[in-house]
Design a protein around this ligand. Sequence first.
Ligand code: BG6
Ligand code: MG
Length: 218
Amino acid sequence: MSGFIFDLDGVIVDTAKYHYQAWKQLADKIGIEFSLEQNEQLKGVSRADSLNKILEWGQKTISNETFTALMKEKNEQYLDFIATMDDNEILPDVSKVLNYLKTKKQKIALGSASKNAVQILEKVKLTHYFDAIVDGNQVTNAKPNPEVFLNAAKQINVQPEHCIVFEDSLAGIQAANIANMVSIGIGDASILAEADYVFKDFSEMSLEFIDKLINLKN
Ligand code: BG6
Ligand code: MG
């Protein structure tokens, strides 16, 4: 048996655009330029680390109190964006793959940096697929540190080398590689070149390929 670990943002749901919009509003407000290219570097990165990077890019220093207030403001804006989210926002063929893995009795875990992960899974009605959920509330070291995935593997009781990680961020692919897991990039192959395999989305992934992953290490 294998363990399948899914990142959330950008893999299961297209929340990356909402994170970007919320950071962009904040950056505009504090007078820092923030581009889509820079946003790419925030994928998979925790809320606090993201704000630190934005401040660094804008060469701005702020007090701890302001830092906390800005993180809160960004999250409130983000929560506003995702308030109306439902299962229509599940990315292509994610449900098909989750269903297939369930019928094959594979272990499924979530490995996300987000502190809003449980809420989002509920909104898109996918919670019941997951044998374990590891999110930003349980992890101290952000991706590319492998903590989130190692923790998930432990919770589903599967050895790291028998785990497969689906990720849309470079930091997440690097974390999976460091954890000695099979890394599968979902998105742009030029950004995710360090992954073992890359697919534009799950609709490009055949059931034969998933069978191969299931049997990979048995
Ligand atoms: C990751 C996203 O999944 O979660 C990042 O790719 C985000 O963009 C991080 O910053 C933390 O999310 P949240 O919901 O806790 O602010
Ligand atoms: Mg992601």
